[in-house]
Design a protein around this ligand. Structure first.
Ligand code: 15L
Length: 255
């Protein structure tokens, strides 16, 4: 690949992915509202994700984009509207206008966070957002579908679980996506010749997972990590009734 754009590259997931994808493109452009020190083969770009002109400049000449820029937790609606809704529209529109025909969109498990923990689900899972944040990810998936059907973009929406270096609480034994598996999944989405439009759950091969790996496997994702390896180090704590976890599904958490 010649050029790859990563938006939101200064965030937690962006930082892990930047490491994992190093060397996979001749040039990796790192777009964020915060300045980034670019390394070899990288170019840092500062801008507002909701500004169409900025993102058009950033994506011009790119073969693919990984779109991570967003508010990653629940927040007041106006903030979500700007970064997650306008920002995601600007990204898809810039991709269309500049001829970047492959977008990997960082959706979230919170698009379906109100599914009960007892339910095991796959890519056909109904949307059950648990927050404005989760609803904004559903909007992003819908835009991806629209830009695929109408303009032929190849779009993978990854409903990311919990991407942290290691599981820290009981829920993570089900939801963990290890940094290594994150890179494997995004790499598969960037490379698959079969990608049209897909929604895949971003989760490691955790034996306690609720989410089906099939949609990811169809694109070539082959996870190797299992959160169970850390189970003995984790203090038991309440998971709650819903997959999004109590921090997202408690009525008090919506501003
Ligand atoms: C997410 O989508 C969030 O960005 C992250 O902060 C975690 O809450 C993660 O999901 C999770 O569900 O653990």
């Amino acid at each position: 690949m010649r050029s790859l754009l990563i938006t939101g590259a200064a965030g937690g997931v962006g930082t892990m992915l930047r490491e994992g994808l190093r060397g996979q493109a001749d040039e990796i452009r790192l777009f964020d509202q915060r300045p980034i020190d670019a390394g070899e083969g990288e170019r840092a770009l500062v801008g507002d994700i909701a500004d169409l002109d900025s993102i058009r400049c950033a994506i011009e000449g790119c073969d693919a984009c990984v779109h991570l820029a967003a508010i990653p937790v629940e927040a007041p609606f106006e903030a979500i509207l700007h970064a997650n809704l306008r920002g995601t529209w600007a990204l898809f529109e810039a991709a269309r206008l500049e001829g970047c025909d492959r977008v990997v969109f960082a959706s979230s498990n919170h698009a379906s966070g109100f599914l009960p923990v007892a339910e095991s689900v796959g890519d056909a899972a109904p949307v059950r957002p648990d927050t404005y944040y989760g609803a904004s990810k559903v909007f992003g998936e819908a835009l991806g579908s629209l830009y695929h059907d109408k303009f032929g973009l190849r779009v993978a929406c990854i409903r990311i679980g919990t991407t942290i270096p290691r599981p820290l609480e009981e829920r993570h034994l089900s939801t963990w996506l290890s940094p290594g598996d994150l890179t494997r999944l995004v790499t598969a989405c960037l490379a698959s010749p079969d990608l049209g439009f897909a929604i895949v759950y971003g989760v490691s091969a955790n034996r306690r997972r609720w989410w089906d790996l099939e949609a990811g496997r169809r694109l070539g994702y082959d996870p190797v990590d299992d959160a169970e390896a850390y189970a003995s180090e984790i203090q038991p704590n309440p998971i709650g009734r819903f997959q999004g976890g109590p921090k997202f599904t408690d009525p008090g958490t919506t501003p």
